[in-house]
Ligand binder design. Structure first.
Ligand SMILES: NC(=O)c1ccc[n+]([C@@H]2O[C@H](COP(=O)([O-])OP(=O)(O)OC[C@H]3O[C@@H](n4cnc5c(N)ncnc54)[C@H](O)[C@@H]3O)[C@@H](O)[C@H]2O)c1
Length: 262
C-alpha cells in the first residue's frame, strides 16, 4: 500500500509506539490523524511531528468519538492505514494481599485494549470499504489491489503473561486471537489485518522503572540485549503496510525474549 497521498489514523498517537508510528507514516508521505485521550500531549505531538499531522481527542472505545476522527482523516485523503497503539497496562494478582483482584481494573483493561482495538478496526474498515482500491506492491513484486491495512498492537504478554498480568494478557491474547477472523472477514473488501506483539520497548509506558529492573529486563532479551526502540516498531508497521502478502498474522517483535513469571 502506497502511503503517498493516503490518510492514516494512529491511536495512542500522542506517545510512545503510536507517536513513532505517526512519524514513520508521515515520512512515507501519508497524512496522519493522531487519536488519543484529551489533554495537551496530543497538540504537543502534532507540533513535534509537523506538517501532515492532526490531533483528534477520542477514547478508542467510544464509537462517536472514533468516527469523528476517521471523518477528519477521510476529509484529507482516502483512509488507507489504521494503527491501533492505544493501550493501558494494569497489574493485579488474581488473589492479592487485599483479596481478589478488582474486577473494575480487569474490565477497564479489556475495554481499552480489546474493545477499543475492535471498535477502531471495525469503523476504519467500514470507511476503507467505501473507497476505490489502490495498488500495493513491493519492488519487483506484482501489483495487488487493496483498500487498506489495519495494524493492531498485542504484546508478548499475549503468550507469556507474567504474574499480575491476567487482565493485560487476556486483552492482548484476544487482540492476537481476533486477527485472523477479522482478516478473513475483511478479505473480500481487500483490507489486510496484521498484529504486532512487541517485547519490551522504551516508551513512556515503561519509563520510570528503577535501573535494576531495567537492567534485569535488558538481560532477559537474548539479542539484541536491550529494550526495543519505538522506531523499530514503526519500521515494522511500514513493512506491514508495504507488503501485500502480510495478512492475518501476529508478529512478535521482541529480540527473542520469552518472559519469565516475574
Ligand atoms: N512499551 C512496551 O514495552 C510495550 C510492550 C508490549 C505492548 N505494548 C503495547 O503497545 C501499545 C503502545 O504502548 P506504549 O508503550 O507506546 O504506551 P504509551 O503509554 O506511551 O502510549 C499509549 C497511549 O495510549 C493512549 N490511550 C490510553 N487509553 C486510551 C483510550 N482509551 N483512548 C485513546 N487513547 C488511549 C495514552 O494516552 C497514551 O498516549 C499499547 O497497546 C501497549 O500495551 C507496549
Amino acid at each position: 500500500m502506497e502511503l503517498d497521498g493516503a490518510a492514516a489514523i494512529v491511536t495512542g498517537g500522542a506517545s510512545g509506539l503510536g507517536k513513532a508510528t505517526a512519524r514513520a507514516l508521515l515520512d512515507g508521505g501519508a497524512s496522519v490523524v493522531l487519536i488519543d485521550l484529551p489533554g495537551p500531549r496530543g497538540e504537543e505531538a502534532v507540533a513535534e511531528l509537523g506538517e501532515g499531522a492532526t490531533f483528534m481527542a477520542a477514547d478508542v472505545a467510544n464509537e462517536a468519538e472514533v468516527q469523528a476522527a476517521i471523518d477528519v482523516a477521510t476529509a484529507i485523503a482516502p483512509l488507507r492505514v489504521a494503527v491501533n497503539c492505544a493501550g493501558i497496562v494494569t497489574a493485579n494478582r488474581t488473589v492479592g494481599r487485599d483479596g481478589p483482584a478488582p474486577l473494575e481494573a480487569f474490565e477497564r483493561t479489556i475495554r481499552v485494549n480489546l474493545i477499543g482495538t475492535f471498535n477502531v478496526a471495525r469503523l476504519a474498515a467500514a470507511t476503507m470499504a467505501q473507497q476505490e482500491p489502490a495498488v500495493g506492491r513491493v519492488p519487483g513484486g506484482p501489483d495487488t489491489s487493496e483498500r487498506g491495512v489495519i495494524v493492531n498492537t498485542a504484546s508478548v504478554a499475549a503468550f507469556d503473561g507474567q504474574i499480575g498480568q491476567a487482565a493485560y494478557s487476556a486483552s492482548k491474547a484476544a487482540v492476537a486471537g481476533m486477527t485472523l477472523p477479522i482478516a478473513r472477514d475483511l478479505s473480500k473488501l481487500l483490507i489486510r489485518v496484521v498484529t504486532i506483539a512487541p517485547g519490551i520497548f522504551e516508551t513512556p509506558m515503561m519509563a520510570g522503572m528503577p535501573d535494576e529492573v531495567r537492567h534485569s529486563l535488558e538481560e532477559q532479551v537474548p539479542h539484541p540485549s536491550r529494550l526495543g526502540h519505538p522506531a523499530e516498531y514503526a519500521a515494522l508497521v511500514r513493512s506491514i503496510v508495504a507488503n501485500p502478502m502480510l495478512n492475518g498474522e501476529t508478529i512478535r517483535l521482541d529480540g527473542a525474549i520469552r518472559m519469565q513469571p516475574k
